[in-house]
Ligand binder design. Structure first.
Ligand code: NDP
Length: 399
Protein backbone atom coordinates (compact mmCIF):
# COMPACT_ATOMS: atom_id res chain seq x y z
CA UNK A 1 0.00 0.00 0.00
CA UNK A 2 1.63 3.23 -1.11
CA UNK A 3 0.89 6.79 -2.10
CA UNK A 4 2.08 8.04 -5.47
CA UNK A 5 2.11 11.42 -7.19
CA UNK A 6 2.14 11.50 -10.98
CA UNK A 7 3.44 14.83 -12.30
CA UNK A 8 2.40 15.71 -15.87
CA UNK A 9 -1.08 15.31 -17.34
CA UNK A 10 -0.25 14.67 -21.01
CA UNK A 11 -0.66 11.46 -22.99
CA UNK A 12 1.83 9.56 -20.82
CA UNK A 13 0.39 10.94 -17.55
CA UNK A 14 -3.04 9.70 -18.62
CA UNK A 15 -1.73 6.16 -19.17
CA UNK A 16 0.22 6.14 -15.89
CA UNK A 17 -2.88 7.29 -13.98
CA UNK A 18 -5.03 4.59 -15.60
CA UNK A 19 -2.46 1.86 -15.01
CA UNK A 20 -1.76 2.82 -11.36
CA UNK A 21 -5.52 2.89 -10.77
CA UNK A 22 -5.67 -0.75 -11.96
CA UNK A 23 -3.34 -1.84 -9.14
CA UNK A 24 -4.99 -0.61 -5.91
CA UNK A 25 -3.12 -3.18 -3.80
CA UNK A 26 0.11 -1.23 -4.49
CA UNK A 27 -1.05 2.27 -5.44
CA UNK A 28 -3.58 2.80 -2.67
CA UNK A 29 -3.68 6.60 -3.08
CA UNK A 30 -2.99 8.44 -6.31
CA UNK A 31 -2.56 12.14 -7.00
CA UNK A 32 -2.18 13.61 -10.49
CA UNK A 33 -0.58 17.07 -10.50
CA UNK A 34 0.36 19.26 -13.44
CA UNK A 35 0.63 22.83 -14.71
CA UNK A 36 -2.99 22.82 -15.89
CA UNK A 37 -5.28 21.34 -13.27
CA UNK A 38 -8.27 20.98 -15.62
CA UNK A 39 -6.30 18.38 -17.60
CA UNK A 40 -5.73 16.40 -14.39
CA UNK A 41 -9.44 16.63 -13.56
CA UNK A 42 -10.40 15.42 -17.02
CA UNK A 43 -8.11 12.36 -16.70
CA UNK A 44 -9.36 11.68 -13.15
CA UNK A 45 -12.92 11.74 -14.47
CA UNK A 46 -12.03 9.10 -17.07
CA UNK A 47 -11.16 6.68 -14.22
CA UNK A 48 -14.51 6.51 -12.40
CA UNK A 49 -13.75 3.38 -10.33
CA UNK A 50 -10.94 5.08 -8.36
CA UNK A 51 -10.54 8.42 -6.63
CA UNK A 52 -7.64 10.28 -8.22
CA UNK A 53 -6.78 13.46 -6.35
CA UNK A 54 -5.63 16.36 -8.51
CA UNK A 55 -3.52 19.46 -7.98
CA UNK A 56 -1.95 22.35 -9.84
CA UNK A 57 1.83 22.60 -9.62
CA UNK A 58 4.61 24.37 -11.46
CA UNK A 59 7.24 21.65 -11.56
CA UNK A 60 9.98 24.22 -12.14
CA UNK A 61 9.29 25.79 -8.76
CA UNK A 62 10.94 23.72 -6.01
CA UNK A 63 9.19 25.39 -3.01
CA UNK A 64 5.81 24.82 -4.71
CA UNK A 65 6.69 21.18 -5.41
CA UNK A 66 7.95 20.73 -1.88
CA UNK A 67 4.75 22.12 -0.37
CA UNK A 68 2.73 19.68 -2.47
CA UNK A 69 4.92 16.71 -1.49
CA UNK A 70 4.84 17.69 2.18
CA UNK A 71 1.06 17.97 2.21
CA UNK A 72 0.25 14.78 0.23
CA UNK A 73 3.22 12.78 1.65
CA UNK A 74 3.71 10.36 -1.26
CA UNK A 75 6.15 7.46 -1.20
CA UNK A 76 7.17 8.05 -4.81
CA UNK A 77 6.91 10.62 -7.61
CA UNK A 78 6.38 9.43 -11.18
CA UNK A 79 7.64 12.33 -13.27
CA UNK A 80 6.00 12.34 -16.70
CA UNK A 81 6.11 16.10 -17.22
CA UNK A 82 8.86 17.33 -19.56
CA UNK A 83 12.61 16.61 -19.36
CA UNK A 84 13.19 20.30 -18.41
CA UNK A 85 11.62 19.65 -15.00
CA UNK A 86 13.65 16.57 -13.97
CA UNK A 87 16.20 18.31 -11.75
CA UNK A 88 13.63 20.50 -9.97
CA UNK A 89 11.55 17.44 -9.15
CA UNK A 90 14.62 15.49 -8.00
CA UNK A 91 15.57 18.39 -5.70
CA UNK A 92 12.08 18.44 -4.20
CA UNK A 93 12.12 14.64 -3.73
CA UNK A 94 15.44 14.84 -1.86
CA UNK A 95 14.11 17.56 0.40
CA UNK A 96 10.82 15.76 1.09
CA UNK A 97 12.32 12.25 1.39
CA UNK A 98 10.40 10.77 -1.59
CA UNK A 99 11.53 8.18 -4.18
CA UNK A 100 11.71 9.34 -7.82
CA UNK A 101 11.14 7.86 -11.28
CA UNK A 102 11.10 9.47 -14.76
CA UNK A 103 10.95 8.51 -18.44
CA UNK A 104 13.30 10.99 -20.13
CA UNK A 105 16.67 12.47 -19.19
CA UNK A 106 17.11 16.08 -18.14
CA UNK A 107 17.50 18.63 -20.94
CA UNK A 108 18.33 22.29 -20.50
CA UNK A 109 15.74 24.41 -22.35
CA UNK A 110 18.23 26.49 -24.30
CA UNK A 111 20.22 23.57 -25.71
CA UNK A 112 19.01 20.27 -27.18
CA UNK A 113 21.54 18.16 -25.31
CA UNK A 114 20.86 14.59 -24.29
CA UNK A 115 23.10 13.27 -21.54
CA UNK A 116 22.78 11.77 -18.09
CA UNK A 117 25.59 13.75 -16.44
CA UNK A 118 23.25 16.15 -14.63
CA UNK A 119 21.13 13.38 -13.13
CA UNK A 120 24.00 10.97 -12.42
CA UNK A 121 25.50 13.78 -10.34
CA UNK A 122 22.62 13.25 -7.87
CA UNK A 123 23.73 9.68 -7.02
CA UNK A 124 25.45 10.51 -3.71
CA UNK A 125 22.62 12.76 -2.55
CA UNK A 126 20.02 10.03 -3.12
CA UNK A 127 22.32 7.47 -1.44
CA UNK A 128 22.80 9.70 1.61
CA UNK A 129 19.03 10.11 1.98
CA UNK A 130 18.44 6.38 1.45
CA UNK A 131 16.22 7.18 -1.54
CA UNK A 132 15.88 5.55 -4.96
CA UNK A 133 15.83 7.46 -8.25
CA UNK A 134 15.06 5.49 -11.41
CA UNK A 135 15.93 7.21 -14.69
CA UNK A 136 14.30 6.63 -18.05
CA UNK A 137 11.68 4.00 -17.26
CA UNK A 138 9.48 4.32 -20.36
CA UNK A 139 9.91 2.12 -23.42
CA UNK A 140 12.94 3.68 -25.04
CA UNK A 141 14.60 4.69 -22.79
CA UNK A 142 13.32 2.03 -20.44
CA UNK A 143 12.07 -1.31 -21.54
CA UNK A 144 14.75 -1.59 -24.27
CA UNK A 145 17.44 -1.46 -21.56
CA UNK A 146 15.55 -4.01 -19.46
CA UNK A 147 15.41 -6.25 -22.56
CA UNK A 148 19.19 -5.84 -22.94
CA UNK A 149 19.81 -6.71 -19.29
CA UNK A 150 17.48 -9.71 -19.54
CA UNK A 151 19.13 -10.99 -22.74
CA UNK A 152 22.59 -10.59 -21.22
CA UNK A 153 21.57 -12.39 -18.04
CA UNK A 154 19.76 -15.33 -19.61
CA UNK A 155 20.78 -15.74 -23.26
CA UNK A 156 24.43 -14.68 -23.65
CA UNK A 157 27.84 -14.95 -22.01
CA UNK A 158 28.78 -11.64 -23.63
CA UNK A 159 26.86 -9.22 -25.81
CA UNK A 160 28.85 -7.49 -28.59
CA UNK A 161 26.41 -5.76 -30.94
CA UNK A 162 23.20 -4.06 -29.87
CA UNK A 163 20.65 -2.45 -32.16
CA UNK A 164 17.54 -0.87 -30.69
CA UNK A 165 14.83 -0.75 -33.34
CA UNK A 166 11.81 1.50 -32.91
CA UNK A 167 9.00 1.30 -35.45
CA UNK A 168 5.71 3.11 -35.35
CA UNK A 169 3.69 1.30 -37.98
CA UNK A 170 0.55 3.23 -37.06
CA UNK A 171 -1.51 5.74 -39.02
CA UNK A 172 -3.25 8.64 -37.26
CA UNK A 173 -4.61 10.15 -40.45
CA UNK A 174 -2.95 13.57 -39.94
CA UNK A 175 -0.55 15.10 -42.45
CA UNK A 176 2.03 15.72 -39.71
CA UNK A 177 1.92 15.10 -35.98
CA UNK A 178 4.29 13.85 -33.32
CA UNK A 179 3.43 11.00 -30.97
CA UNK A 180 4.70 12.68 -27.85
CA UNK A 181 5.37 16.26 -26.88
CA UNK A 182 6.18 17.93 -30.26
CA UNK A 183 8.82 20.24 -28.83
CA UNK A 184 10.77 17.43 -27.14
CA UNK A 185 10.27 15.09 -30.10
CA UNK A 186 11.46 17.53 -32.78
CA UNK A 187 14.48 18.59 -30.68
CA UNK A 188 15.43 14.92 -30.47
CA UNK A 189 14.99 13.82 -34.06
CA UNK A 190 16.63 16.84 -35.72
CA UNK A 191 19.89 16.24 -33.84
CA UNK A 192 22.96 14.79 -35.52
CA UNK A 193 23.15 11.00 -35.27
CA UNK A 194 25.71 9.18 -33.16
CA UNK A 195 26.52 5.55 -32.42
CA UNK A 196 29.04 3.60 -30.36
CA UNK A 197 31.79 1.69 -32.16
CA UNK A 198 34.91 0.14 -30.65
CA UNK A 199 35.05 2.39 -27.60
CA UNK A 200 34.15 5.69 -29.25
CA UNK A 201 31.21 7.68 -30.59
CA UNK A 202 30.86 7.93 -34.38
CA UNK A 203 28.89 11.00 -35.51
CA UNK A 204 26.54 11.11 -38.50
CA UNK A 205 24.36 13.71 -40.18
CA UNK A 206 20.63 13.47 -39.38
CA UNK A 207 19.01 10.67 -41.47
CA UNK A 208 22.35 9.93 -43.18
CA UNK A 209 22.20 6.17 -42.59
CA UNK A 210 19.07 4.23 -43.44
CA UNK A 211 18.31 0.51 -43.63
CA UNK A 212 15.02 -1.14 -44.54
CA UNK A 213 14.12 -3.45 -41.63
CA UNK A 214 11.26 -5.91 -41.31
CA UNK A 215 9.10 -5.48 -38.21
CA UNK A 216 6.83 -8.31 -37.01
CA UNK A 217 3.20 -7.89 -38.07
CA UNK A 218 4.03 -4.55 -39.76
CA UNK A 219 6.39 -5.27 -42.64
CA UNK A 220 9.45 -3.49 -44.02
CA UNK A 221 10.01 0.12 -42.95
CA UNK A 222 12.86 2.55 -43.65
CA UNK A 223 14.78 2.80 -40.38
CA UNK A 224 17.13 5.72 -39.75
CA UNK A 225 20.12 5.72 -37.44
CA UNK A 226 19.82 8.39 -34.75
CA UNK A 227 21.19 9.08 -31.30
CA UNK A 228 19.04 8.13 -28.34
CA UNK A 229 19.80 8.77 -24.69
CA UNK A 230 19.84 5.16 -23.46
CA UNK A 231 22.91 4.40 -25.59
CA UNK A 232 24.99 6.45 -23.14
CA UNK A 233 24.13 4.33 -20.10
CA UNK A 234 24.06 1.03 -22.01
CA UNK A 235 27.64 1.30 -23.27
CA UNK A 236 28.74 2.23 -19.74
CA UNK A 237 26.88 -0.65 -18.09
CA UNK A 238 27.66 -3.26 -20.78
CA UNK A 239 31.36 -2.69 -21.49
CA UNK A 240 31.57 -5.80 -23.73
CA UNK A 241 29.55 -3.91 -26.37
CA UNK A 242 31.62 -3.28 -29.50
CA UNK A 243 28.78 -1.45 -31.20
CA UNK A 244 25.49 0.07 -30.05
CA UNK A 245 23.04 1.83 -32.36
CA UNK A 246 19.48 3.15 -32.30
CA UNK A 247 17.14 3.10 -35.32
CA UNK A 248 13.75 4.74 -35.75
CA UNK A 249 11.34 4.46 -38.66
CA UNK A 250 10.14 7.57 -40.49
CA UNK A 251 7.88 7.73 -43.54
CA UNK A 252 8.82 9.88 -46.56
CA UNK A 253 5.87 12.22 -45.93
CA UNK A 254 6.98 12.79 -42.32
CA UNK A 255 10.57 13.52 -43.36
CA UNK A 256 9.42 15.97 -46.04
CA UNK A 257 7.38 17.93 -43.48
CA UNK A 258 10.30 17.88 -41.06
CA UNK A 259 12.71 19.17 -43.71
CA UNK A 260 10.38 22.07 -44.51
CA UNK A 261 9.91 22.86 -40.81
CA UNK A 262 13.70 22.99 -40.38
CA UNK A 263 14.34 24.91 -43.61
CA UNK A 264 11.90 27.68 -42.67
CA UNK A 265 13.35 27.97 -39.17
CA UNK A 266 10.38 26.62 -37.24
CA UNK A 267 12.46 23.91 -35.51
CA UNK A 268 14.72 26.57 -33.98
CA UNK A 269 14.99 26.91 -30.19
CA UNK A 270 16.58 30.38 -30.45
CA UNK A 271 14.11 33.02 -29.21
CA UNK A 272 12.94 35.63 -31.77
CA UNK A 273 10.92 38.81 -31.39
CA UNK A 274 7.38 38.66 -32.75
CA UNK A 275 5.38 41.90 -32.47
CA UNK A 276 7.54 42.88 -29.50
CA UNK A 277 7.13 39.55 -27.72
CA UNK A 278 9.92 37.00 -27.44
CA UNK A 279 8.86 33.60 -28.75
CA UNK A 280 10.69 30.35 -29.46
CA UNK A 281 9.73 29.14 -32.98
CA UNK A 282 9.60 25.46 -31.95
CA UNK A 283 7.37 26.25 -28.96
CA UNK A 284 5.06 28.25 -31.24
CA UNK A 285 4.99 25.37 -33.75
CA UNK A 286 4.04 22.99 -30.93
CA UNK A 287 0.87 25.01 -30.33
CA UNK A 288 -0.17 24.64 -33.99
CA UNK A 289 0.40 20.86 -34.25
CA UNK A 290 -2.13 18.21 -33.21
CA UNK A 291 -1.84 17.40 -29.51
CA UNK A 292 -0.36 13.89 -29.09
CA UNK A 293 -3.20 12.98 -26.75
CA UNK A 294 -5.72 13.86 -29.49
CA UNK A 295 -4.34 11.28 -31.94
CA UNK A 296 -5.67 8.17 -30.25
CA UNK A 297 -9.24 8.02 -31.49
CA UNK A 298 -8.60 7.18 -35.13
CA UNK A 299 -5.12 5.70 -34.76
CA UNK A 300 -4.77 2.33 -36.48
CA UNK A 301 -1.81 -0.06 -36.65
CA UNK A 302 0.88 -1.00 -34.16
CA UNK A 303 4.21 0.01 -32.72
CA UNK A 304 7.01 -2.55 -32.67
CA UNK A 305 10.02 -1.76 -30.49
CA UNK A 306 12.81 -4.08 -29.48
CA UNK A 307 16.46 -5.04 -29.39
CA UNK A 308 18.44 -7.04 -31.92
CA UNK A 309 21.56 -8.42 -30.28
CA UNK A 310 24.62 -10.38 -31.41
CA UNK A 311 27.08 -11.94 -29.00
CA UNK A 312 28.61 -15.14 -27.67
CA UNK A 313 27.01 -18.08 -25.87
CA UNK A 314 29.02 -21.21 -24.99
CA UNK A 315 31.83 -20.15 -27.29
CA UNK A 316 29.54 -19.73 -30.31
CA UNK A 317 28.23 -16.58 -31.98
CA UNK A 318 24.48 -16.15 -31.58
CA UNK A 319 21.79 -13.68 -32.61
CA UNK A 320 18.74 -12.73 -30.61
CA UNK A 321 15.74 -10.50 -31.07
CA UNK A 322 13.25 -9.37 -28.42
CA UNK A 323 10.34 -7.05 -29.01
CA UNK A 324 6.85 -5.89 -28.13
CA UNK A 325 4.10 -4.96 -30.57
CA UNK A 326 1.43 -2.62 -29.23
CA UNK A 327 -1.86 -1.80 -30.96
CA UNK A 328 -2.84 1.88 -30.95
CA UNK A 329 -6.54 0.98 -30.95
CA UNK A 330 -6.27 -1.38 -27.98
CA UNK A 331 -4.24 1.19 -26.05
CA UNK A 332 -6.89 3.82 -26.80
CA UNK A 333 -9.79 1.56 -25.84
CA UNK A 334 -8.17 0.85 -22.48
CA UNK A 335 -6.82 4.27 -21.51
CA UNK A 336 -7.95 6.88 -24.05
CA UNK A 337 -4.33 7.33 -25.22
CA UNK A 338 -2.44 6.11 -28.31
CA UNK A 339 0.23 3.41 -28.38
CA UNK A 340 3.30 5.63 -27.92
CA UNK A 341 1.91 7.09 -24.69
CA UNK A 342 0.85 3.59 -23.65
CA UNK A 343 4.23 1.97 -24.26
CA UNK A 344 5.80 4.74 -22.15
CA UNK A 345 3.25 4.82 -19.34
CA UNK A 346 3.02 1.09 -18.65
CA UNK A 347 6.77 0.61 -17.90
CA UNK A 348 6.67 3.80 -15.79
CA UNK A 349 3.86 2.36 -13.65
CA UNK A 350 5.61 -1.00 -13.37
CA UNK A 351 8.97 0.61 -12.51
CA UNK A 352 7.21 2.48 -9.71
CA UNK A 353 5.63 -0.78 -8.57
CA UNK A 354 9.10 -2.40 -8.57
CA UNK A 355 10.40 0.29 -6.21
CA UNK A 356 7.36 0.24 -3.95
CA UNK A 357 7.44 -3.57 -3.62
CA UNK A 358 11.17 -3.43 -2.76
CA UNK A 359 12.36 -5.25 -5.91
CA UNK A 360 14.18 -2.14 -7.14
CA UNK A 361 14.39 -0.19 -3.89
CA UNK A 362 18.00 0.69 -3.22
CA UNK A 363 19.72 3.95 -2.41
CA UNK A 364 21.10 5.90 -5.36
CA UNK A 365 20.35 6.94 -8.93
CA UNK A 366 19.95 4.11 -11.45
CA UNK A 367 19.36 3.51 -15.12
CA UNK A 368 16.98 0.60 -15.47
CA UNK A 369 19.51 -1.90 -16.90
CA UNK A 370 21.35 -1.74 -13.56
CA UNK A 371 18.38 -3.35 -11.78
CA UNK A 372 17.21 -6.98 -11.75
CA UNK A 373 15.19 -7.40 -14.98
CA UNK A 374 13.47 -10.64 -13.92
CA UNK A 375 10.60 -9.40 -11.71
CA UNK A 376 9.84 -6.65 -14.25
CA UNK A 377 9.85 -9.09 -17.19
CA UNK A 378 7.63 -11.51 -15.28
CA UNK A 379 4.94 -8.86 -14.86
CA UNK A 380 5.09 -6.51 -17.87
CA UNK A 381 3.12 -8.83 -20.16
CA UNK A 382 0.17 -9.05 -17.79
CA UNK A 383 0.10 -5.23 -17.55
CA UNK A 384 -0.28 -4.85 -21.30
CA UNK A 385 3.12 -5.12 -23.00
CA UNK A 386 3.86 -8.81 -23.71
CA UNK A 387 7.20 -9.58 -25.34
CA UNK A 388 8.44 -12.11 -27.84
CA UNK A 389 11.84 -13.62 -28.57
CA UNK A 390 13.52 -15.19 -31.58
CA UNK A 391 17.00 -16.72 -31.55
CA UNK A 392 19.58 -17.41 -34.24
CA UNK A 393 17.85 -15.43 -36.96
CA UNK A 394 19.04 -12.93 -39.58
CA UNK A 395 19.01 -9.56 -37.79
CA UNK A 396 19.02 -7.76 -41.20
CA UNK A 397 21.52 -5.15 -40.00
CA UNK A 398 24.83 -4.06 -41.55
CA UNK A 399 27.80 -4.73 -39.23
P1 NDP B 1 2.83 16.04 -23.04
O1 NDP B 1 3.39 17.29 -23.59
O2 NDP B 1 1.60 15.46 -23.63
O3 NDP B 1 2.60 16.19 -21.47
C1 NDP B 1 3.50 16.84 -20.64
C2 NDP B 1 2.74 17.30 -19.42
O4 NDP B 1 3.67 17.96 -18.53
C3 NDP B 1 1.63 18.31 -19.73
O5 NDP B 1 0.48 17.98 -19.00
C4 NDP B 1 2.23 19.62 -19.25
O6 NDP B 1 1.32 20.58 -18.77
C5 NDP B 1 3.07 19.15 -18.09
N1 NDP B 1 4.06 20.17 -17.76
C6 NDP B 1 4.91 20.81 -18.61
N2 NDP B 1 5.62 21.73 -17.95
C7 NDP B 1 5.22 21.68 -16.65
C8 NDP B 1 5.57 22.38 -15.48
N3 NDP B 1 6.51 23.33 -15.49
N4 NDP B 1 4.94 22.07 -14.33
C9 NDP B 1 4.00 21.09 -14.29
N5 NDP B 1 3.63 20.39 -15.37
C10 NDP B 1 4.23 20.68 -16.54
O7 NDP B 1 4.02 14.95 -23.12
P2 NDP B 1 3.89 13.36 -23.13
O8 NDP B 1 2.86 12.95 -22.14
O9 NDP B 1 3.80 12.89 -24.51
O10 NDP B 1 5.35 12.97 -22.56
C11 NDP B 1 5.64 13.05 -21.19
C12 NDP B 1 7.09 12.66 -20.94
O11 NDP B 1 7.33 11.34 -21.41
C13 NDP B 1 8.10 13.56 -21.66
O12 NDP B 1 9.17 13.83 -20.78
C14 NDP B 1 8.60 12.69 -22.78
O13 NDP B 1 9.92 13.02 -23.18
C15 NDP B 1 8.54 11.31 -22.15
N6 NDP B 1 8.46 10.22 -23.12
C16 NDP B 1 9.27 9.13 -22.91
C17 NDP B 1 9.24 8.06 -23.79
C18 NDP B 1 10.01 6.83 -23.49
O14 NDP B 1 9.78 5.81 -24.15
N7 NDP B 1 10.92 6.81 -22.54
C19 NDP B 1 8.41 8.10 -25.01
C20 NDP B 1 7.51 9.23 -25.07
C21 NDP B 1 7.58 10.27 -24.16
P3 NDP B 1 0.30 21.38 -19.74
O15 NDP B 1 -0.80 20.41 -19.93
O16 NDP B 1 -0.08 22.58 -18.96
O17 NDP B 1 1.07 21.68 -20.99
Amino acid sequence: MAKVIIIGAGGVGRVVAHKCAQVPEVFSEIMLASRTRSKCDEIAKSIPHRTIQTAQVDAENVPELLALLQSFKPDLVINVALPYQDLFIMDACLEAGVHYLDTANYEPKNEAKFEYSWQWAYADKFKEKNLTAILGCGFDPGQTQIYTAYATKHYFDEIHYLDIVDCNGGDHGKAFATNFNPEINIREITQKGKFWKNGDWVKTEPYEIMVPLKYPNIGVRNSYLMYHEELESLVKNFPTLKQARFWMTFGDEYLTHLRVIQNIGMASIEPILYKGVEIVPLQFLKETLPKPESLGKNYTGETSIGCRIKGIKDGKEKTFSIWNNCSHQEAFNETGAQGVSYTTGVPAMLGALMVLTNEWKKPGVFNVEELNPDPFMEKIGSYGLPWQIEENIDLELPY
